[in-house]
Design a protein around this ligand. Structure first.
Ligand code: C2E
Ligand code: MG
Ligand code: MG
Length: 631
């Protein structure tokens, strides 16, 4: 396509130039023809006058006897033949076409016919005859003189000279104009071409090289380091929760965020490499480096540059990104290898929840492959209803009565064995199955609760874990109310548990989702409290009414005074904010005793009851009911 455009452009330019030059030379031809005609007329008329003069002189010489009759006859013949050429010669047509010339020539020719006999009869002694002839000749000499003068200086000549000038000027202007417009056209076409090229190779939003151009850049960079025996790092960057930002805050905010990210990445890499946007929220940076530490340091610097708050018209956003890095030649020697390894490392960072910056390691590929296989099996398992929920009771610590049950996902895959719910959720989020999975858990748990209510345990609540991605998609309220409608459950019996490792809690959209859920009458518990990023301002802003103290604090409760003080502080904080506290992971009686002593309302843990299938839960509920009746 590019070659076709170039060829067309060259042909157009050549045609244009050729036709301009052809026009110019045509005008020059005209000028040359007209000047030649003027010159021809002038020359012919002066020749005629000359011949007349010579004939006249031959007559004078005959009379003075300095020349003979033959000389006079020769001059007469020459004069006649001159008249004949003027009358018939094709090259003399312009002369004949001069007004008044043709009749004069014809009458002169007739006169010569009449003179012929007299001239041939002349002798040197015929003085009277010679004088008479000369007198008659004088009339024609006068005429020839006039024509001659006219042909050099008459109005016609001036007019023709003016025309020539005019044509010359016009054709020069014409040629100049054509060349100028041709040049301009060429310039415009080239500019357009350059613009199209830029657009084809750059991302419109950020101005960075796009995916297509990136492949050329990395190819070049790789050939260079291969030649120079250098090293190259590929840093793959992916923003966390970009889709949620776009959905909740609007595309304009999303666009400004991407532009800001592009500027920060470009500023950070500077002269050391190049940044490209591969699409969506995916950026890639190539860096030429000397020591591995330089590449590691750059990955950290890129991450830090992205973690600074972005100022928005209605507040600020703390973007979070994951970076995966692969190195040439350590991890791969071809572009596909390097890109796929950087991508694997980036995915690892995204889903490990341990680190945001990750260097590729050989085992990661296998993990990724396993997750891909898991995703396929998981999809089938959801469709075939092969997943199960176990329930772990949450007890009131003062009375020992069951308050609620937490639904926990279980999957014993025939192919892969038991898969932990955390890995399951990660796989589902990675492969776009999180929504369906959460919906399945929600409706399954609500249906089960409905059964328990019908069996007489109508005070029972159910806690359902919601993965952060779903919470950020903003459709949660609709999904939840749909499930509640389908099962006919009382909204106040549903508690949604949300882990606090979402970075989006600053955004209005997330607060709105929570608000909507609270307005529906649903309780919201902040799960694994103390391990995530929540600050006091989150607790103040978010409509949460339950806190679940993470089991890591409970585990150290009896041995670590700091853990004890922290739990104590959390409980009093929750109390002052009018929130219910649940302690997770109670495994020892002394932990339970300390929690009771600190006034913790609810508790959950292996000591009290492990997560169990529905049947076992039925028995436990019946036991619990019997116990509370007897009490
Ligand atoms: P979580 O919501 O904090 O759930 C409590 C986890 O602690 C459960 O692990 C439970 O079995 C475990 N646990 C309970 N008592 C004790 C104890 O005394 N000691 C110890 N060490 N552990 C205890 P599980 O079932 O493996 O679930 C792990 C995490 O996976 C859950 O943490 C939750 O974040 C997530 N998860 C589980 N089911 C679901 C689900 O249906 N949807 C979503 N989105 N996440 C789920
Ligand atoms: Mg939970
Ligand atoms: Mg928890």
């Amino acid at each position: 396509m590019k070659t076709f455009k170039l060829i067309s452009l060259t042909i157009i330019t050549l045609l244009f130039g050729a036709s301009s030059l052809y026009g110019y030379y045509r005008d020059l031809e005209v000028v040359r023809y007209v000047s030649a005609t003027i010159k021809g007329i002038g020359w012919s008329s002066s020749e005629l006058e000359m011949e007349l003069l010579k004939f006249d002189q031959s007559l004078t010489a005959l009379m003075a006897q300095t020349a003979d009759e033959e000389n006079a006859q020769l001059r007469f013949e020459l004069l006649w033949s001159r008249i004949d050429t003027l009358l018939t010669g094709e090259e003399n047509r312009p002369v004949r076409e001069q007004p008044g010339i043709l009749p004069m020539l014809e009458s002169f020719s007739r006169q010569l016919e009449r003179w012929e006999g007299r001239v041939y009869a002349l002798t040197a002694g015929d003085r009277a005859e010679i004088t008479a002839l000369r007198q008659e000749l004088a009339h024609y000499r006068k005429l020839a003189r006039e024509i001659n003068v006219e042909s050099f200086s008459g109005d016609k000549v001036w007019q023709q000279l003016d025309i020539i000038q005019d044509i010359r000027l016009r054709s020069s202007l014409y040629l100049g104009g054509l060349l100028l417009s041709g040049g301009l056209m060429l310039l415009l076409l080239l500019r357009e071409n350059r613009r199209n090229r830029h657009m084809a190779y750059h991302d419109m939003l950020t101005g960075l090289p796009n995916r297509m151009y990136f492949y050329q850049l990395i190819d070049k960079a790789l050939s260079r380091v291969q030649r120079e025996r250098g090293a190259l790092a590929v840093h793959m960057v992916d923003l966390n929760s970009f889709k949620a930002i776009n959905d909740s805050l609007g595309h304009e905010v999303g666009d400004s965020l991407l532009r800001e990210i592009a500027v920060r990445l470009s500023d950070t890499i500077g002269e050391q490499g190049q940044v490209a946007r591969l699409g969506g929220d995916e950026f890639v940076i190539i860096q030429q480096f000397e020591h591995i530490e330089d590449a590691e340091l750059m990955a950290t610097r890129l991450f830090e540059s992205l973690s600074r708050d972005v100022q928005l018209p209605d507040g600020c956003l703390s973007p979070q990104a994951c970076i995966g890095t692969s190195l040439y030649p350590k991890h791969g020697t071809t572009v596909p290898e390097l890109l796929s390894h950087a991508d694997t490392a980036m995915y690892y960072a995204k889903h490990s929840r341990k680190t945001m910056v990750q260097m590729f390691e050989p085992g990661m590929d296998e993990r990724r492959l396993r997750r891909q296989k898991l995703a396929v099996s998981l999809q089938a398992a959801i469709e075939q209803n092969l997943l199960a929920l176990h329930y772990q009771p949450i007890f009131r610590l003062n009375s020992g009565a069951i308050e609620s049950v937490e639904a926990l996902l279980r999957w014993n895959s025939a192919e892969h064995g038991f898969i932990s719910p955390l890995e399951l959720i990660a796989v589902a989020e990675q492969h776009g199955l999180a929504h369906r999975l959460n919906e399945w858990v929600l409706s399954q748990a609500c249906r089960q609760l409905h059964c328990w209510h019908q069996a007489g345990f109508d005070w029972l609540k159910v806690n359902v874990n919601i993965s952060p991605n779903i919470f950020m998609e903003g459709e949660l309220a609709r999904t939840v109310s749909g499930v509640l409608r389908d099962t006919g459950l009382d909204v106040s019996t549903l508690v949604l548990e949300i882990t606090e490792d979402t970075s989006l809690w600053d955004t209005a959209g997330s607060v709105e989702t929570l608000q909507e859920l609270r307005e529906l009458g649903i309780e919201i518990a902040l799960d694994d409290f103390g391990t995530g990023y929540s600050s006091f301002s989150h607790l103040r802003q978010l409509p949460i009414n339950k806190l679940k103290i993470d089991k890591s604090f409970v585990a150290d409760l009896s041995t670590d005074p700091r853990a004890f003080n922290l739990v104590k502080a959390i409980i009093s904080l929750a109390e002052s904010l009018d929130m219910t506290v649940t302690a997770e992971g109670i495994e020892l009686p002394e932990q339970q005793a300390l929690l009771q002593q600190l006034g913790c309302g609810l508790g959950q843990g292996y000591l009290l009851a492990k997560p169990m299938p529905v049947e076992a839960m039925n028995d436990l509920l019946s036991q619990d009911q019997r116990r509370s009746r007897s009490a």
